[in-house]
Design a binder for this molecule. Structure first.
Ligand SMILES: *Cc1c(COP(=O)(O)O)cnc(C)c1O
Length: 366
């Protein structure tokens, strides 16, 4: 689904030298690379504070701890997402309230959020799924009306840009109370291991986040609250500093690949290409088709036999997972789990590969 080897080969001298500098300095934890990366990313995204941590799941957990959410508090999130989002809510003994998504964007449905709000609701976690922003303007209105925190899960959407009705633009993760991202190798900005970060424009919250992520420590060996140990190490930060310089180009390549797919699949009644929202750019973490009257498993097998990977993100609605069973009506999520298929999507796809993939899909659909 991704080609991290080709991507690495193109930046090998830069990256190898940055890694070897860290090794020579032996400054593996909290080295200057981490501080530089936080500052570079905050400038790139136009957000006041970036706090690096160990992975995207930790980022979500740290956000909820820093916001002081308490056991029993209800947190509303999408039923159609990766498990990490709901997992940390449950882990902290908060109550995940799963709601359905929009059939076009695959992102959390605004009416469903409104219907799920109770006196116990404390936060909304919109997930910018597959690389396109959830509809943040009405979400922020609801949050204001009901005094809720907004924790953006932007693990799949780094650099996606949302446009408000007044024309103001903002990057995914910088609009809510706090944004949480992941630098897992296959994410749009991936490191060479695990990594994550939180973003916020609230300086007080940023201090709290730093404290929670560092054993609840206010100054060395003074622990004001129960925290966690979650750090981005210097080698990962060194890699990310290099790759951040190429992120615009990586995004552009993904969008070009998506355009190629869109053109090849246009007007085919057996599939629906990804919806392009008017108020958000799409950075195509995934290129996800919806199949109509097509045997998905057989198509997947047909592609697999030609060496083309295809994946189902996600096959099971969260409310049907044993650990997260929840009553409720999820018609859109259920339908999506039955019909979605994601094709290879990364920064290194060339015309030849794209032609082979699209003609192989079309050959099956004939
Ligand atoms: C990848 C991902 C995460 C978790 O990130 P990790 O770094 O793997 O912990 C959380 N939410 C979403 C939507 C993701 O895609």
């Amino acid at each position: 689904m991704v080609d991290l080897v080709t991507q690495y080969e193109k930046i090998k001298p830069e990256v190898d030298s940055a890694i070897s500098d860290v090794i020579s300095s032996a400054n593996f934890i909290k080295g200057p690379e981490v501080v530089n990366f936080e500052s570079n990313l905050s400038k790139y995204l136009n957000v006041k504070n970036v706090i690096a941590c160990a992975n995207g799941t930790d980022a979500l957990q740290i956000a909820m701890m820093a916001l002081n959410l308490q056991p029993g508090d209800e947190v509303i999130t999408a039923c159609f997402t990766y498990v990490a989002t709901a997992e940390v809510i449950a882990l902290l003994r908060l109550k995940p309230i799963l709601v359905d998504v929009n059939a076009d964007t695959f992102n959390i449905d605004i009416d469903a959020i409104r219907n799920a709000i109770t006196s116990k609701t404390k936060a909304i976690v919109p997930v910018h799924l597959f690389g396109q922003c959830a509809d943040m303007e009405p979400i922020l209105h609801l949050a204001k009306e009901f005094n809720l925190a907004v924790i953006e899960d932007c693990a799949q959407a780094i650099n996606a840009e949302y446009t408000f009705s007044d024309g103001r633009k903002a990057k995914a993760g910088t609009m809510g109370t706090v944004g949480c991202t992941s630098f897992f190798p296959s994410k749009n900005l991936g490191c060479f291991g695990d990594g994550g970060a939180l973003y916020t424009n609230d300086d007080t919250l940023a201090d709290k986040i730093k404290m929670v992520a560092n054993h609840g420590q206010s100054r060395l060996y003074y622990h004001d609250e129960v925290g966690v140990n979650s750090r981005l190490d210097s080698i990962q930060a060194a890699v990310l500093n290099i790759k951040l310089k190429h992120l615009n180009k990586y995004c552009h390549s993904r969008i070009e690949a998506a355009d190629f797919y869109d053109n090849a699949f246009a007007n085919n009644e057996k599939l629906k290409t990804p919806f392009r929202s008017k108020n958000s750019t799409h950075v195509f973490h995934q290129y996800t088709l919806q199949l109509r009257n097509t045997n998905r498993e057989a198509l997947k097998l047909h592609l697999g036999n030609k060496g083309i990977p295809a994946m189902i993100y996600y096959p099971v609605p969260l409310n049907q997972q044993k650990a997260y069973t929840q009553e409720g009506a999820y018609p859109v999520t259920n339908a999506l789990c039955d019909c979605v298929l994601s094709l290879p999507m990364h920064s290194e796809l060339d015309k030849e590969q794209l032609t082979f993939i699209t003609s192989s899909v079309l050959e099956f659909l004939k």
